[in-house]
Design a protein. Structure first.
Length: 139
């Protein structure tokens, strides 16, 4: 199968030509202009009947109403969502589909990653109290 990939740093994309696939997989940074609702009704209509859509990137990439409609019409056979709009609140339309596989965001759920995240938080606190700065500041 061909995968449609949204690379890091992209500011816009289209699903067209050779990127149409039975499996659509998106990876990307925090939602940027042009990425919100990238997987929308028009994009879903370009997929072959029975496509499988997964989202492990950002919830805002997928237009939930369009995807649920595609599931209702069986245009899309199944969805796998590790992320979704409005987490932790899930669009209830997904709940009526046995072919909708929804997980809490597990992309970082390894012992190594969580330990690294905790160490980074400690390093940032130490740096803040020592220097007043912070290398991972969020504005």
């Amino acid at each position: 199968m061909v995968a449609f990939v949204v690379p890091a740093g992209i500011t816009g994309a289209r699903i067209a030509g050779p990127y149409i696939a039975n499996l659509v997989r998106q990876y990307g940074p925090a939602v940027a202009k042009g990425i919100i609702n990238l997987i929308n009704k028009d994009a879903l209509e370009k997929l072959p009947k029975g496509a499988v859509v997964t989202n492990v990137a950002r919830g805002d990439i997928v237009d939930d109403e369009a995807l649920i409609d595609a599931l209702d019409r069986r245009k899309v056979y199944a969805v796998g969502l590790d992320v979704y709009k409005g987490e932790p609140n899930l669009n209830p339309g997904y709940m009526k589909h046995k072919s909708a596989f929804i997980l809490p965001h597990l992309g970082s759920a390894t012992k190594e990653t969580r330990t690294a995240m905790a160490n980074l938080a400690i390093d940032n606190l130490t740096e803040f109290f020592d220097t007043g700065g912070c290398k991972n500041k969020v504005n």
